[in-house]
Design a protein around this ligand. Structure first.
Ligand code: MN
Length: 140
């Protein structure tokens, strides 16, 4: 069981993501307004953050930068979800702090697998080996 913060402005998607994660035994904290996400993350203390990239107000890229700049949250793995996957996006999303990303429409299997891979990688994460969050051993 892991605590997973899910940031997504689309009501159907966030329900889908949370139902899927709950079915895998995880505890979820849904956030539909990204302006609330940093505060919610501080209060919830997630093991993993899943964030949409295309968000009104605070974008997914901006949110990731805020998480990576936060002393308490800087090493929490982040899985980005994006509707567009243009050339160069992979680099841009990873540079912003994502440990992995999946494209919409999501494959339920790939979504769940990536979550479990990130949680497993975080379990064996040794900060001493890679103190730079940018060097986080992402997957996917
Ligand atoms: Mn969106």
């Amino acid at each position: 069981m892991a605590k997973i913060l899910v940031v997504e402005d689309n009501a159907l998607n966030i329900k889908l993501f949370c139902d899927l994660l709950n079915a895998h035994g995880h505890e979820t904290e849904p956030v539909t307004d990204s302006r609330d996400a940093l505060e919610a993350a501080k209060n919830f203390g997630p093991d993993l953050v899943i964030t949409d990239i295309q968000l009104p107000h605070v974008t997914g890229l901006e949110l990731m930068a805020m998480l990576r700049a936060d002393e308490q949250l800087k090493n929490v793995p982040i899985m980005a979800v994006t509707a567009y996957s243009a050339q160069g996006d992979d680099e841009r999303i990873r540079a912003a702090g994502a440990s992995a990303y999946v494209s919409k429409p999501i494959s339920v299997v790939r979504f769940a697998e990536t979550v479990e891979q990130l949680l497993e990688a975080a379990r064996v994460w040794d900060e001493a080996l890679a103190p730079d969050p940018g060097a986080w051993p992402g997957v996917g």
